[in-house]
Write a protein that binds this ligand. Structure first.
Ligand SMILES: CC(C)(COP(=O)(O)OP(=O)(O)OC[C@H]1O[C@@H](n2cnc3c(N)ncnc32)[C@H](O)[C@@H]1OP(=O)(O)O)[C@@H](O)C(=O)NCCC(=O)NCCS
Length: 317
C-alpha cells in the first residue's frame, strides 16, 4: 500500500474515487455532492491550507485522509475533515497508516494535536479509542421535518427583522463580523480551540465559497429599533443539486440583547422564509454542542428531533 498526495486539479479520477469512498461520511443525513466535497476537502468554507493523502492498493483508492491547517487562529491544530477506509479494506491497518501519516504531517507543520469528529458507537469510535485519542467534546445532530413546520405569529417588541438572501451587502459587513465573532461564545466542552476572528477579507472569501459550492443562503437579522444589529441566523441549501435537505448553521445573539427570545424568533422566521421560498426542501439538519442547553431547547421548540451523537477526539502528536 502507498500513501500519496491528491492533486485535486490534475487527478479528477482519483478525486472521484475518494469522493465515492468518503462522501457518506456523515450518513444518516444529507449526502455531500462532488463539488461541495471538493470545496470542503481542498480549502474549507473559510479557506485554510489543507492536505489530502490517499491510500492506494494496486492503484485503487482504498482510503484517504484530509486535514486542514488553520493559518490565522488555532495554528496549534490540524483538523481532520475526512478519514475513511473502504469497507472492504478495513481492519488491515489502512486507517492506522493514514492516521500516522497525518500525525507526521501535522508535526512537520508544527502542530501540537489532531482533532477529528467521529460518530458515536461506530467503527470510528473504536478506532479512536484504539489509537489513544482523548474524547473532548460531544455534539448532537437534529433534524426538522420542514413539511410539518409552521412558525407561530410572533414579534419581539423593540426589534424588527431583515431578510437577506446570499452575500452580505457592503454596509452590513462590520455587523456580520460581530455576529461571526459572537459565535465564539458557543460552549466548547474540553476542546483546546481558541476564538476565531474575522476580517472583511475572510468574510468575502467565505461567501465566495458559497458561490463555488452553489449554495442558496438565507440569513435573518434582528435589529433593535435604534438600528443596532442584535441577532442573526443562517440556513443553507444546494441550489442545483437539491436533495431535499437544508442546513441550519450559525445563530448568535449579541450579549446585550440576550434573554429576550431573539434567537427563537430569528430561527422561526428564517425557517418559515426558507419553506416558502424552496418548496423542494423537506428537512433541515442542525448540530449543536450537547452542552449548549439554550440552543438545544430552542431547536426542540421548533420541532427538531435527535438524529445522532458525535464526539470530537484529540490526538497529541
Ligand atoms: C475508522 C476507520 C477509518 C478505521 O480504518 P481501518 O483501516 O479499519 O483501521 P485499522 O485497521 O488501522 O484499525 C486499527 C485498530 O482500530 C480498532 N478498530 C478499527 N475498527 C474497529 C471496529 N470496527 N471495531 C472495533 N475496533 C476497531 C482496532 O483496535 C484496530 O486494530 P485491530 O484490527 O488490530 O484490532 C474505518 O472503519 C472507517 O473508514 N470508518 C468510517 C469513517 C470514520 O469513522 N472515520 C473517522 C475515523 S477517526
Amino acid at each position: 500500500m502507498d500513501i500519496v498526495p491528491l492533486d485535486f486539479a490534475a487527478e479528477p479520477g482519483r478525486l472521484a474515487e475518494y469522493h465515492a469512498l468518503a462522501a457518506d461520511w456523515a450518513v444518516p443525513g444529507p449526502r455531500v455532492p462532488a463539488h461541495l466535497f471538493r470545496l470542503l476537502a481542498e480549502r474549507g468554507w473559510r479557506p485554510v491550507p489543507a492536505e489530502t493523502w490517499l491510500a492506494l492498493d494496486d492503484g485503487r483508492v482504498v482510503g484517504g485522509v484530509t486535514f486542514h491547517l488553520p493559518d490565522q487562529d488555532n495554528t496549534h491544530l490540524a483538523l481532520i475533515r475526512f478519514l475513511q477506509v473502504a469497507p472492504g479494506a478495513r481492519r488491515r491497518g489502512v486507517g492506522s497508516a493514514l492516521l500516522a501519516h497525518a500525525a507526521g504531517r501535522a508535526r512537520a507543520h508544527q502542530r501540537e494535536m489532531l482533532l477529528v469528529e467521529v460518530a458515536e458507537a461506530g467503527p470510528g469510535e473504536a478506532f479512536a479509542r484504539a489509537k489513544g485519542m482523548r474524547e473532548v467534546a460531544t455534539q448532537a445532530r437534529r433534524v426538522l421535518d420542514l413539511t410539518r413546520f409552521a412558525a407561530p405569529e410572533r414579534k419581539v417588541p423593540g426589534y424588527r427583522l431583515e431578510f437577506l438572501r446570499g452575500r452580505t451587502p457592503e454596509p452590513s459587513i462590520a455587523e456580520m463580523i460581530t455576529f461571526m465573532e459572537t459565535m465564539n461564545d458557543a460552549p466548547l466542552d474540553d476542546l483546546a480551540v481558541n476564538e476565531e476572528f474575522w476580517s472583511p477579507g475572510d468574510l468575502k472569501a467565505m461567501e465566495d465559497a458559497w458561490e463555488l459550492a452553489d449554495q442558496d443562503v438565507y440569513t435573518v437579522i434582528a435589529r433593535a429599533d435604534d438600528g443596532t444589529a442584535a441577532a442573526f441566523t443562517r440556513l443553507f441549501a444546494h441550489r442545483a443539486e437539491s436533495d431535499g435537505w437544508a442546513r441550519q448553521t450559525d445563530t448568535a445573539v449579541v450579549r446585550a440583547h440576550r434573554g429576550r427570545g431573539l434567537a427563537r424568533w430569528v430561527k422561526e422566521a428564517n425557517t418559515a422564509w426558507l419553506k416558502r421560498s424552496r418548496p423542494d426542501l423537506t428537512r433541515v439538519i442542525t448540530w449543536n454542542a450537547v452542552a449548549n442547553g439554550p440552543m438545544v431547547a430552542i431547536n426542540e421548540r421548533l420541532g427538531y428531533e435527535l438524529l445522532d451523537v458525535w464526539h470530537e477526539w484529540e490526538l497529541r502528536v
